[in-house]
Design a binder for this molecule. Sequence first.
Ligand SMILES: Cc1cc2nc3c(=O)[nH]c(=O)nc-3n(C[C@H](O)[C@H](O)[C@H](O)COP(=O)(O)O)c2cc1C
Length: 143
Amino acid sequence: MGKIQIVYWTQGGNTQIMAEAIANGIKAGGKDAELVFVSDASLEELKNADVFALGCPAMGDEVLEEAEMEPFVCDVESFCQGKTIALFGSYGWGDGQWMRDWVDRMNKAGAKVLNNEGLMAHETPDDAELAECVEVGKQLAAV
Ligand SMILES: Cc1cc2nc3c(=O)[nH]c(=O)nc-3n(C[C@H](O)[C@H](O)[C@H](O)COP(=O)(O)O)c2cc1C
């Protein structure tokens, strides 16, 4: 059984805290998890995976981080048909538009977005948001 990859980008660490909690949920669900910063991620490994998670905070003006995450997600769109993908990230002053757009985009590319919604935390995740991350990890392990 391969590891479930959690590929993410973070600047301040909030999205990484979410990624770590999702990994804990995956492990609690009986599977292995691997945290990978997007610049170290392998598209080939994701192509061979049925299930994975992608994380990025709201950046720019309600968009993904543009230098690394955006081009990576563009590549993932080309092969994500039929795959189950959890989307997650932290945000600040917005209302989550970046995440709604990201969910729409992956759905249009043919992915099955887990729960059909992204998992968001406001700035540093609080206990309730961390519990949701763990829950999503368990759901990924159960796919
Ligand atoms: C350059 C920059 C752009 C941002 N743009 C947005 C935005 O459009 N909407 C929003 O809700 N938060 C925005 N934020 C706030 C971050 O999404 C928020 O601080 C988040 O917790 C950062 O996550 P990280 O710690 O994983 O990097 C922005 C922050 C920075 C530094």
